[in-house]
Design a protein around this ligand. Sequence first.
Ligand SMILES: C[S@@+](CC[C@H](N)C(=O)[O-])C[C@H]1O[C@@H](n2cnc3c(N)ncnc32)[C@H](O)[C@@H]1O
Length: 380
Amino acid sequence: MDGHHKRGPRGPRPANRRSNRPKHRGGYWSNKRRQWRKRQQGKMEAQQVGAKDEEELYEEVEEDQEDMTVSHLADVEYFEAYDQLEVHALMLEDSQRLGSYLAAIRAHDLKDKLVLDVGAGSGILSMLCAKHGLAKHVWAVEAVPGMARMAQQLVQANGLQDKVTILTGRVEDITLPNKMDIIISEWMGFYLLHESMLESVLIARDRFLRAQGRMLPCSARIWAALVEAEDLRLDMANYEDFLGLDLRLVGEQQLAARTAEPRVEEVHGRRILAEPLVAVDLTDLHQLRVEGTRNLEAQLSFRTWRQGYAAGIAFWFDVGFGRDVILKTDPGSPPTHWKQTVVYFGAFPAVESGDVLEANVVLKQSEENPRQYNISVETL
Ligand SMILES: C[S@@+](CC[C@H](N)C(=O)[O-])C[C@H]1O[C@@H](n2cnc3c(N)ncnc32)[C@H](O)[C@@H]1O
């Protein structure tokens, strides 16, 4: 039995991971982070001059900092990342993503409907609902003030100010004058769950969606496929006989380093060794509990199509909007900015055609940073 426990990728969208440019530090969420740090420091100093037993103080401060790390700092860092226009530009340029949302907006009759856009960013979905869906009114909620301002300017530039209202704040904290007919949101992260934004959308559903109201998207699935990685395997094999020398030690350490974390990459279809399987099926987001995605487990049984060397499991997702509109991110569909996420075994077991490889997959929200997941793959 083999266990591969990996922490999910970092950063919300690829632009953030790729960028070497200095981060914009003046934003609301950056300032908030600085304030928290200062406050924590101040508390420590104040406590040091107090009368309490030193050990007791230490424990309190530790607890305080742990609290901050989990409940606030992860969110502050998360929203900070969305304070970068390049992340939004990357999403705007993903034509598969927006094409599916536009198809969904057109497929559902939004005329005379009240719409809530959770996490409006640049305001693109809100504007599409108003312009192409002819929605009665759209409430666009965005937590990052800089982006909310940008959305406001874009709404005005398109003459949609009577149709779209921008609200700055977390959807968990705002109030709305009416119940909504539709909630639209683009909440999906790498392998669907990274970022944990779905929880905010489900909270919004419970607070604001009228009975019989509709979620866009309304279903989601995570797919898993057994894949090979011949480039990586052959690179590592080179170390076995390197100019006549045995450098396997370097190869082993290189492999461990390169497979320590899940990798977001474009997986070519020819790397797939067995029929992809559905690992998680969220069939109805109208019914899903808010905490329903914090700890998911799947037992998968891959029957290989051909001989090869298994290198890991690739994950991707699709989301359904109803009326046959599906946004797909599989290797065979046109590429999206989500690409695929591969959890590597760190070894390359040989498989023959028709072999069965059983794997137990656990996706567990990280307690240290609830915006991330720990992904564990156990091959049996
Ligand atoms: C993936 S982006 C999508 C932006 C835009 N809807 C689009 O499709 O281009 C998610 C956005 O949701 C915002 N967001 C995430 N959680 C939120 C929350 N709880 N309340 C308000 N905004 C949130 C983020 O700041 C980010 O701008």
